[in-house]
Design a protein around this ligand. Structure first.
Ligand code: 6PG
Length: 227
């Protein structure tokens, strides 16, 4: 397992490059990509949709989600709707899309991920409180059974709305590559803690490779870190 911090000028542009690179070097014909929510993710997907061109054949891509808010899929707060607006509607249909459906509970998604095996790329964001996906500080999902790949969760501190469904740390660890995109001064403290005392959920993310892509505003006096 490796974890690096890269300081980049344009997080969305760097994210797009890394996704294209991972797609082009995918180990099998179908590329599995788990998407995030949030405004940083929206910017990343809009850039990816505009820049992928013919480098990505979306008929070779299966889309998953790293987390979802338990709202209708056409709700403005839905991460599925975010991906549809910022990516899917712009590039056309993917080979398959697997939205998280809270009304079904986490077990069908657990089965789907079990059948999938490894995930080529999981995209995550970082909250100001140090959460990632919907793994919130002091929340039950942080201590999910090791066999759980996905679970329901809520933010016990009330900073993040809606009941959720989320990949667990075990689910995220199935990724060949995790990209964590971090932009803006509001994330500076959270990023410092990830690479400092580590006492935030995002510090517990593991996978074959975990790459934090942060702009200078988020990085503050942090420099590149490779480990
Ligand atoms: C969610 C996301 C969440 C998000 C971070 C960063 O459903 O809210 O999955 O983990 O990525 O909160 O969000 P911003 O990019 O909007 O700061």
């Amino acid at each position: 397992m490796s974890r690096t911090l890269e300081i980049v000028d344009d997080v969305a542009a760097e994210f797009s490059e890394r996704v294209i690179e991972a797609y082009l070097s995918r180990p099998s014909s179908t590329f599995s990509l788990a998407l995030s929510g949030g405004s940083t993710a929206r910017a990343c997907y809009e850039h990816l949709a505009a820049s992928a061109g013919t480098q990505i054949d979306w008929w070779n891509v299966d889309l998953y989600w790293g987390d979802e808010r338990c709202v209708p899929l056409d709700d403005p707060d839905s991460n599925y709707r975010l991906a549809r607006e910022s990516l899917l509607d712009r590039v056309g249909a993917a080979n398959a899309t697997y939205p998280m459906r809270c009304d079904e509970g986490p077990d069908p998604y657990q089965l789907r991920l079990s059948e999938l095996g490894r995930i080529d790329l999981v995209h995550l964001g970082l909250g100001p409180d140090g959460h990632t996906a919907s793994l919130f500080p002091e929340s039950a999902a942080l201590e999910a059974d090791p066999g759980r790949l996905v679970t329901s969760n809520t933010d016990p501190l009330g900073h993040n709305p809606h009941p959720r469904m989320t990949l667990t740390f075990t689910g995220i660890a199935r990724a060949h590559l995790v990209l964590v995109t971090v932009s803006g001064e509001a994330k500076r403290e959270a990023l410092q803690r990830v690479f400092g005392d580590g006492d935030v959920p995002a510090a517990r993310v593991t996978a074959d490779r975990v790459v934090f892509l942060a702009d200078r505003a988020a990085a503050g006096d942090l420099g590149p870190i490779s480990g």
